[in-house]
Design a protein. Structure first.
Length: 217
């Protein structure tokens, strides 16, 4: 237990350059508080003390702004950075060394029963405002870009961006900087740029045709 608690603090020191020492992390980091409260609530949930577990999770939500259902399973070294607005559903499974930023939702897509929330494997990063919805697996070392909406399975070592999420496969190459979630490829923007170039080409052709027509007349 103490090793787990220490890991929850150490991952903040490893990932957040603003964190200076363990005492500061223990006292001031709401992500750590939410994870610790969840570990206790999950322990109660597994012993069928459902009401107390849910009550504790709601108290944690009130103070931290992070909602983690006590039924969710969380691995070692989960880092929730600036966690306001994070929602983690009941049947979520989160592996080791996962990073989640503010405004992220790991939710379901309806009123289905059973496994209805996503599974995040080891070393996954979910950037600001991303939504991962439904019972699917996000493979190891994958990155979900800011504001993305993921509705389908993501293979390992992949980057997902856009609405709906589009996979940019890295062919097994891990993203170099785990926290550099703003410099991701954007296929939607690329498509708009291609359309803009095509529009300029058409305009140029029309202009040339008009010039030729005026010369003939």
């Amino acid at each position: 237990m103490f090793k787990t608690l220490r890991n929850d603090v150490d991952v903040v020191l490893d990932q957040d350059p603003a964190a200076r020492n363990r005492l500061e992390v223990i006292i001031n980091y709401s992500g750590v508080h939410a994870v610790w409260c969840h570990r206790l609530a999950h322990w109660l949930w597994n012993r069928k003390l459902y009401f107390i577990a849910r009550f504790l999770s709601q108290v944690s939500r009130f103070f931290t702004g992070i909602e983690i259902h006590p039924g969710a399973r969380i691995g070692q070294r989960l880092f929730i950075d600036h966690g306001m607005g994070v929602v983690i559903g009941e049947t979520c499974e989160i592996g080791n060394n996962v990073t989640i930023f503010q405004g992220v939702t790991l939710g379901g897509t309806g009123k289905e029963k059973g496994k209805r929330h996503p599974t995040l494997e080891d070393n996954v990063l979910v950037a600001t405002g991303a939504k991962v919805l439904g019972s699917m697996r996000i493979g190891k070392n994958s990155r979900i870009g800011a504001g993305s909406v993921v509705l389908k399975e993501v293979p390992p070592n992949s980057t997902v961006v856009g609405i709906p999420g589009r996979i940019v496969v890295q062919d097994g190459v891990k993203v170099q900087n785990d926290l550099d979630h703003i410099n991701l490829p954007d296929p939607v923007s690329d498509k708009f740029r291609a359309l803009e170039q095509e529009l300029l080409r058409v305009k140029k052709e029309i202009k040339e045709l008009k010039r030729e027509q005026s010369q003939r007349s």
